[in-house]
Design a protein around this ligand. Structure first.
Ligand SMILES: CC/C=C\C/C=C\C/C=C\C/C=C/C(=O)SCCNC(=O)CCNC(=O)[C@H](O)C(C)(C)COP(=O)(O)OP(=O)(O)OC[C@H]1O[C@@H](n2cnc3c(N)ncnc32)[C@H](O)[C@@H]1OP(=O)(O)O
Length: 301
């Protein structure tokens, strides 16, 4: 089945592979700075230069209540990342959350439940694009994971160069798709395998493990676990270590390591979208999503 993807103009401009965002939509000097410091804020994505680290931007996700990756939120993240990537002032980004206790609840289930195929296709394309942009970023990307991080939230974390997780037993991380009755796409799986190895990934994916911090560190899904109030400072120290390496050597090496994984998706993006749309549109999958969403509601009592 050939799929015609009707993209909205903003999304269309953004989601061409490696598209350049037209105009200077969001890039502007920080209010009152007058010193050339740039700030790429948007309603859901707060981006500020780190006052304590030259060349480092802190990107805070603010899509309450749970930073679910809706189409609009993904679009804003993409715009901000594109701006940072193009601004030679920055060499690194720390990605963190502004929603207490939640890094990201992952993909927005409401973008996949009860939606028509064209919408699902547009949504999936944005998900692909965010992954490619973070995974292949020329910048050093450090995840300062200050909350729970299931499924798509875990993918975002795994796409960073280094992950620092706050030591709170509630802050579990993992690809829990099977618990929802869905499956992690091959590129989610590839990134997990690359990170924790084949056997550990096999178990984690099938059982939908959400690892609490100590287990997350042991299996290697995160690189460091630190007290909650030290997540930012640790991310900053790690960033300094990564920025001590000449950019060109680090970037070429990153590309060497990551390109084969990204290429697997780049070579079949349209087919991947079609697979997703077919899969998510099945009655049985829609039912599973319905049951899961009801569970989330009932949890509230
Ligand atoms: C051939 C195959 C081809 C392709 C593959 C096909 C399919 C695979 C597709 C996609 C892979 C999926 C990836 C994902 O990321 S799926 C999302 C997984 N996320 C989760 O399981 C997390 C669910 N949420 C929670 O567990 C809790 O909300 C959380 C622990 C994060 C926070 O708990 P808290 O008690 O603080 O808040 P809640 O009251 O639960 O939630 C508040 C509010 O937010 C809504 N909510 C939560 N998560 C989501 C979400 N992911 N999407 C949309 N909305 C979400 C929740 O329902 C509440 O709403 P409301 O009742 O209206 O206030």
């Amino acid at each position: 089945m050939a799929l015609t993807v009707g993209l909205r103009p903003l999304t269309r401009a953004l989601l061409r592979p490696w598209a350049r965002v037209p105009g200077a939509a969001l890039g502007r000097p920080a209010a009152g700075s007058g010193d050339g410091v740039r700030c790429f804020g948007s309603p859901r994505v707060l981006v500020e230069p780190d006052p304590a680290a030259v060349g480092v931007a802190v990107m805070k996700m603010r899509n309450p209540p749970v930073n679910s990756l809706s189409l609009e939120f993904l679009t804003e993240l993409l715009i901000s990342l594109e701006k940072l990537e193009n601004d030679k002032t920055f060499r690194g980004i720390i990605i963190t959350s502004d929603c207490p206790g939640i890094f990201s609840a992952g993909l927005d289930l409401l973008e996949m439940y009860g939606r028509d195929p064209a919408h699902c296709a547009e949504y999936w394309k944005a998900v692909q694009e965010l992954w490619l942009r973070v995974y292949l970023s020329n910048l050093v990307v450090i995840g300062a994971i200050n909350g729970i991080s299931p499924a798509g939230g875990c993918l975002l974390s795994l796409s960073c160069d280094y992950r620092v997780l706050a030591n709170n037993p509630k802050y579990a991380i993992g690809l829990n798709e099977t618990l929802l009755g869905i499956i992690a796409p091959f590129w989610f799986k590839d990134v997990l395998v690359n990170t924790i190895g084949h056997r550990a990934a096999e178990r984690a994916l099938q059982l939908g493990f959400l690892f609490p911090p100590s287990d997350a560190l042991q299996v290697g899904i995160v690189d460091q676990v630190v007290p909650e109030d030290q997540v930012q400072s640790t991310a900053r120290s790690v960033m300094a270590q990564w920025l001590a390496i000449p950019d060109h050597a680090r970037q070429l090496t990153k590309n060497l390591v990551r390109k084969p994984t990204a290429d697997r998706l780049l070579q079949q993006r349209d087919a991947d979208i079609q697979n997703f749309v077919r899969f998510i549109s099945r009655d049985s999958i829609q039912k599973s999503l319905h049951v899961y969403l009801e569970k989330l509601k009932q949890k509230k009592g």
